[in-house]
Structure formats: C-alpha cells, structure tokens
Design a protein around this ligand. Structure first.
Ligand SMILES: O=P(O)(O)OC[C@H]1O[C@H](OP(=O)(O)OP(=O)(O)O)[C@H](O)[C@@H]1O
Ligand SMILES: O=c1cc[nH]c(=O)[nH]1
Length: 193
C-alpha cells in the first residue's frame, strides 16, 4: 500500500498558530489570572510550554504549566487495566503533575492542550482525570489540529488549524522537543483503530 505524506504546517505556520492562540487565550480570559495550562502527554505538554513562553513575552506574566497522563482514564484500555488502578491517588500515580508553586487545580481556569483532536475520547478522559484531581472553575481546550470525526460532544476553544480529513487519513504532529523537527503532516491510507 502506498502511503502519501503531505505537509500541512511547517515550523513557521506552527509558530504563528501558537502565537495566535496565546493572544486568543489572553483575550478570552481577559489576562491570565487564575489560569493554568495543562498539556496532555506527550506533545500537548510541549505545546502548553510554548504557549506559556509566548504569554510571558506578550504579557510579562508567568502562567503555571502542568502535565496530564490520561492513560488510566481511557475507554479503550485492555480489560484488567482500568482506571481503578489510579482511583483516589491522582497525584501520587503521576496522572497529573503540577509545578511545585501550585497547590492544586481547585477554582482554576484550566486550559488543556493536545496536538490532534479526532474522536474527542482523549479529551473526555482528560476531563475525567481533572475532575478526579480537584474542581476547576472552568476547562477550556486548545489543539494544534482539529481533524473532525467527533464521537463525543467536545468542541475546542482554540484551534491551530482545522483540517477536513477522511477516516483513512491521519494527522501526525512532529515537535522539536520530541521529534527533532516542527511539522504537521497528513498521511493517506491510515487504518483507524
Ligand atoms: O480525539 P482522539 O480520537 O482521542 O485522538 C486524539 C489523540 O490521539 C493522539 O494520541 P495517541 O493516543 O495516538 O497517542 P500519542 O499522543 O502518544 O501519539 C493525539 O496525541 C491525541 O491525544
Ligand atoms: O489522525 C490522528 C488521529 C488520532 N490521533 C492522531 O494523532 N492523529
């Protein structure tokens, strides 16, 4: 099977999209007070950190940045590996990692970051994890690429690029921090899970 790869965002396009999202976050939240950025592992973490740096440049303010691992909250885990493994110990088991300067997510405005939004199941899992770890005042969602095909009623607040796709395509995000390069590409002939 021939797999075609088409680049849809290069380094400049990613930088501009993240810069725009940083401005949109500041505008929507009228600043950054009580906001916390939380990146979903793996690449969402680096997107959140880049936005935090951009916000610092624009506003001169530090915004706390955390990491979330949603693995134990997924609805597609193999039997026997369910979320009970983490029940009652959301921090101790590494689901949510916050900077030491922050006491928790209670009453905070959480802005969740992921690289790709597809069915929405990862974000559903992320929201469950966050709710188990405290009671945020609000949760907003930022994604670099929204490719559609939602299976749950989830809509992002901030989008780098909307990419109409077929189910036989996949979107891959490469980031310098993990992949050595910044690029978003679309692959044809992908076999969806
Ligand atoms: O909206 P969804 O259908 O849940 O798909 C989106 C998720 O898929 C990818 O993660 P994946 O589980 O492939 O793992 P990865 O981040 O390690 O690549 C991507 O990073 C998103 O988190
Ligand atoms: O196209 C897709 C779908 C899910 N997750 C991805 O990273 N890309």
């Amino acid at each position: 099977m021939i797999i075609e790869k088409n680049v849809i965002m290069d380094e400049t396009a990613i930088r501009r999209a993240l810069s725009r999202i940083a401005h949109e976050i500041l505008e929507k939240n009228k600043g950054i007070e009580d906001c916390m950025l939380i990146g979903i592992r793996t690449r969402g973490v680096y997107l959140a950190r880049r936005i935090a740096e951009r916000i610092k440049e624009i506003e001169g303010a530090d915004v706390p940045c955390g990491e979330l691992d949603v693995t134990s909250y997924r609805d597609d885990l193999e039997p026997g590996k369910n979320k009970n493994a983490n029940d009652g110990d959301c921090n101790g088991k590494g689901t949510l990692i916050l900077p030491a300067s922050v006491s928790g997510t209670r009453d905070k405005k959480i802005i969740l970051f992921d690289d790709v939004l597809y069915t929405g199941r990862t974000i559903r899992a992320a929201m469950d994890a966050l709710m188990d770890c405290g009671r945020p005042r609000m949760i907003q969602l930022a994604v670099l690429a929204d490719r559609g095909h939602r299976e749950v009623p989830i809509r992002p607040d901030y989008v780098g690029k909307n990419v109409p796709t077929s189910r036989h395509e996949s979107i891959e995000v490469a980031l310098k921090e993990v992949d050595g390069t910044d690029e978003v590409h679309i692959l044809s002939n992908w076999e969806a899970k």
